[in-house]
Design a protein around this ligand. Structure first.
Ligand code: HEC
Ligand code: HEC
Ligand code: HEC
Length: 318
C-alpha cells in the first residue's frame, strides 16, 4: 500500500523529467541519501562510499542492481526499492556532476591556505565517525561475567536481565555492545545529558563500560507487546518523501533490531514513553550525541503526530 502511494507520488512528480535526466531534480531527490553519503556526495563515515563525481552510468547500474537484488545491501535495498528509472537517472546526473572527494578536499584546503590553517583532510561533510567513538578493539574486550557482577547497580532501573519494567527507563537487553558502550561514554563526557545516568557512570572506567555492555548485549530482548499503528507503520517502512524523512527501516531494520556494526541501536522492546522522549530530544537538540546529526536531521522533520504514531508502531515490533 505504502509502496503504491510512494510510487504514485514519484510518478507524478517526475512526469516532466521522463525524457532526460535532470541534475536539479536529482538534487531535490537526494535528501534521503545525504544521511549516509553526505550532503555533497562525500560521506563522513568510512562505512559509506563517496558517490560524488562517480560515473553516471555506473551509479544507475548500482541503483538498479540494489533494487533488483542483484547487488545486496541491507541499507541500500530499501533506499533503491522506491526509486523509478527516472529517479535513478536524475540522482545519477546530480551525483556525477559534483566534484569528487579529492577535488572537494583540495578546494577546501586551498581556501584555508590564506588563513594559514592546516589543510582540510576531509570535505564539508565532516570527518566524523558514524560507527562508534569507542575503539573497535574495546567493543569486544568486554567480559560478560565481570559485567554481570558490575550490573547490580543498574538492576533497580534497567531490570536484572536488562529488561526494564518502568516506562521511563530503557531496556538494555540485546542492545549492541557497541551502542551501549558509546552511550555510557557519552553520559560520562556529557555528550549525552541525563542527570541520573551522569551520576551512574561517573565512577566507571572504560573497562567497566565494556564489561557492562558485553553483559547486557547477550541478554534476551523481550518482544514488543504494544499495538501497531497504521501511519506509524507507513512512516517506519517508507519514510515521508514529501517531508524528506528517511525511512527508519533503513537503519533500524525490519524488526527494529538495528545494525550492530554500524552502531544503529535496536528499538525493539522499548516503551512508548522512552521512544517519544528520545525523538523529542533529538528534535529539540537536547540529545545531540548522534554522530553527524544522523538522528537529529530526521527528528527535526517529525511532527508531534509523527512521533506519537511511529513510537506506537515500534512498540509492536517483535
Ligand atoms: C542508511 C545509509 C544509506 C542511505 C540513506 C543511502 N545509502 Fe547508498 N550506500 C550505502 C552503503 C552502506 C553502500 C555500500 C553498499 C555495499 O557495501 O555494497 C551504499 C552504496 C551506494 C552506491 C554504490 C556506490 C559504489 O561505489 O558502488 C550508490 C550509487 C548509492 N549508494 C547511492 C545512493 C543514493 C542515490 C541514495 C539516496 C536515494 C542512497 N545511496 C542512500 C548506504 C546508504
Ligand atoms: C536510578 C535509575 C537508573 C540506574 C540505577 C541506571 N540507569 Fe541507565 N538510564 C536511566 C535513565 C532514566 C535513562 C534514560 C536517559 C534519557 O532519557 O536519555 C538511562 C539510560 C541508559 C542507557 C542508554 C540506553 C539507550 O537505549 O540509549 C544506558 C546504556 C544505561 N542507562 C546503562 C546503565 C548502566 C550500565 C547502569 C549501571 C551501571 C545504569 N544505566 C544505571 C536510569 C538509570
Ligand atoms: C540513517 C540512519 C538512521 C535512520 C534513517 C533513523 N535512525 Fe534512529 N538512530 C540512528 C542512530 C545512529 C542512533 C543512535 C545515535 C547515538 O546515540 O549514537 C539512533 C537512535 C534512535 C533512537 C534512540 C534509541 C535509544 O535507545 O535511545 C530512536 C528512538 C530512533 N533512533 C528512532 C528512529 C525513528 C523513529 C526513525 C525514522 C523516523 C529513525 N530512527 C531513523 C540512525 C538512524
Amino acid at each position: 500500500m505504502k509502496k503504491i502511494i510512494f510510487s504514485l507520488f514519484v510518478a507524478l512528480s517526475s512526469v516532466s523529467a521522463v525524457q532526460a535526466a535532470d541534475a536539479n531534480a536529482g538534487k531535490e531527490k537526494s535528501g534521503a541519501c545525504s544521511a549516509c553519503h553526505g550532503p555533497t556526495g562525500v560521506s563522513g563515515s568510512p562505512m559509506f562510499p563517496n558517490i560524488a563525481g562517480q560515473n553516471d552510468a555506473y551509479i544507475i547500474k548500482q541503483l538498479k542492481d540494489f533494487k533488483s537484488g542483484a547487488r545486496t545491501d541491507a541499507m541500500m535495498a530499501p533506499m533503491a526499492a522506491n526509486l523509478s528509472d527516472a529517479d535513478m537517472a536524475d540522482l545519477a546526473a546530480h551525483f556525477s556532476s559534483l566534484p569528487s572527494a579529492n577535488e572537494q578536499a583540495a578546494a577546501s584546503s586551498s581556501a584555508d591556505t590564506s588563513t594559514g590553517a592546516a589543510p582540510a583532510t576531509a570535505p564539508a561533510a565532516g570527518n566524523v565517525e558514524i560507527v562508534s567513538s569507542t575503539p573497535a578493539a574495546a567493543i569486544y574486550a568486554g567480559n560478560v561475567a565481570a559485567g554481570k557482577n558490575k550490573s547490580a547497580a543498574c538492576a533497580a532501573c534497567h531490570g536484572a536481565d536488562g529488561n526494564s519494567l518502568v516506562p521511563m527507563y530503557p531496556s538494555l537487553a540485546g542492545q549492541s555492545a557497541n551502542y551501549i558502550a558509546k552511550q555510557l561514554a557519552d553520559f560520562k563526557s556529557g555528550n549525552r545529558n541525563d542527570p541520573i545516568m551522569a551520576g551512574m557512570v561517573a565512577g566507571l572506567t572504560q573497562e567497566d563500560m565494556n564489561d557492562l555492555a558485553a553483559y547486557f548485549a547477550v541478554q534476551n530482548t523481550k518482544a514488543g507487546t504494544g499495538e501497531s499503528n497504521v501511519s506509524g507503520h507507513k512512516l517506519y517502512l517508507g519514510g515521508d518523501a514529501a517531508k524528506g524523512i528517511t525511512a527508519c527501516i533503513a537503519c533500524h531494520g525490519v524488526s527494529g533490531k538495528g545494525m550492530k556494526q554500524a552502531g544503529f541501536p535496536s528499538l525493539t522492546g522499548q516503551s512508548k514513553d522512552y521512544l517519544k522522549k528520545q525523538l523529542a530530544s533529538f528534535r529539540d537538540g537536547s540529545r545531540g550525541n548522534d554522530n553527524n546529526g544522523i538522528m537529529r536531521n530526521i527528528a527535526i522533520k517529525l511532527s508531534d503526530a509523527d512521533i506519537e504514531a511511529v513510537s506506537q508502531y515500534i512498540t509492536s515490533l517483535k
